[in-house]
Design a binder for this molecule. Structure first.
Ligand SMILES: Nc1ncnc2c1ncn2[C@@H]1O[C@H](COP(=O)(O)OP(=O)(O)OP(=O)(O)O)[C@@H](O)[C@H]1O
Ligand SMILES: O=P(O)(O)OC[C@H]1O[C@H](OP(=O)(O)OP(=O)(O)O)[C@H](O)[C@@H]1O
Ligand SMILES: [Mg+2]
Length: 286
């Protein structure tokens, strides 16, 4: 039986469970449950603290886990060899991990030298400082890191930035390049075997990720404009082109990226395509 770790609370929990449900897996109905058995798919899910997930997966006690890329990078390993490896980016829970300091100073990364730096991700930060050859005094906190400067514990911080609202509320500004561009990821133990059971769950999640990132576009197009229309909607392999009762027209069907959909629909309408319809894809195998 495949054993899979899922965040039990926090920023990633709800979307991770929703994505597994969409991929056909059984998820918990009671938010305090710590395990759910899905005998139809031969999978057992374990609902764990997001910070602990990479530890269980890196040790090999669990086969797969959904966690944040930043959390996976902070999960210890790397220095001693037992780490996790990313199998799939899941397209939600996007954030950056950044240094920040009090507003009013034009901070540079070199200013970290000799400073007290608070973070809940000490290994990720320690590696970045080491790579830059900077000596700072890293203070490990569990959360609410943004408040540590005004409480006098630290001079600067390194923390997760989503909307940037928490930094602004505490009069902090980010500086330097992001240490990590994070999102939710599916991981397994580094260098472990990619078994067929792992591959199947990965493929099912991949189907949901693709379905959320793409739309199906259908439209009618004068035959004379088909070449221009195909250039706008090349699809993944090649678009489906079907004849219409009127020989001068064809129907075209192609997948387009959701981000591009409105631009592509405008351009199709501008070149003379008609009845341009966009529809959701629930899940798919590509
Ligand atoms: N505001 C946010 N926007 C986007 N992603 C976020 C945000 N806060 C956290 N994350 C992401 O969620 C993941 C885990 O953070 P989360 O806050 O859920 O866990 P935690 O800090 O261990 O738990 P808790 O906050 O309950 O102590 C990380 O990958 C992080 O990048
Ligand atoms: O840029 P924003 O959208 O404001 O989000 C960033 C904040 O969200 C997370 O905090 P969380 O709520 O998880 O609390 P924590 O610091 O105790 O983990 C993160 O640690 C930041 O503090
Ligand atoms: Mg948090």
């Amino acid at each position: 039986m495949l054993r899979v770790a899922v965040p039990n609370k926090g920023a990633l929990a709800e979307r991770a469970s929703a994505m597994l449900t969409e991929a056909g897996y059984r998820q918990r109905h009671e938010p305090r449950d710590l395990t759910v058995l899905d005998p139809n798919n031969d999978v057992e899910f374990f609902f764990l603290r997001p910070k602990d997930i990479a530890i269980y997966v890196a040790s090999g006690d669990l086969d797969l886990g959904i966690t944040g890329r930043d959390l996976a990078a902070d999960s210890g390993a790397d220095d001693n060899g037992s780490s996790v490896q990313e199998l799939l980016a899941l397209g939600f829970g996007s954030s950056t991990f950044r240094y920040a300091g009090p507003r009013g100073t034009d901070w540079k990364v070199s200013d970290l030298e000799g400073k007290r730096l608070a973070t809940a991700y000490p290994k990720l930060v320690g590696r970045d400082l080491k790579a830059r050859g900077i000596n700072a005094h890293v203070i490990r906190l569990d959360g609410a890191v943004e408040i540590s400067i005004q409480l006098g514990v630290a001079d600067l911080i390194a923390d997760v930035v989503g909307s940037g609202r928490t930094l602004r509320q505490h009069d902090l500004v980010p500086f330097g390049e992001p240490i990590c561009e994070s999102e939710a990821v599916l991981v397994h133990r580094a260098a472990s075997e990619l078994t067929s059971a792992k591959k199947q769950l990965t493929a099912r999640l991949q189907g949901v990720v693709f379905a959320q990132q793409y739309l199906m576009l259908d439209y009618d197009c004068p035959r004379t404009l088909l070449e221009d229309a195909i250039a706008l909607t090349p699809g993944l392999e090649s678009p489906t082109v079907a004849p219409l009762a009127d020989d001068n027209w064809v129907a075209v069907r192609a997948m387009v990226s959701r981000k591009e959909a409105n631009r592509v629909m405008d351009e199709l309408a501008a070149i003379g395509a008609k009845a341009v319809l966009a529809s959701d894809i629930r899940f798919c195998r590509l």
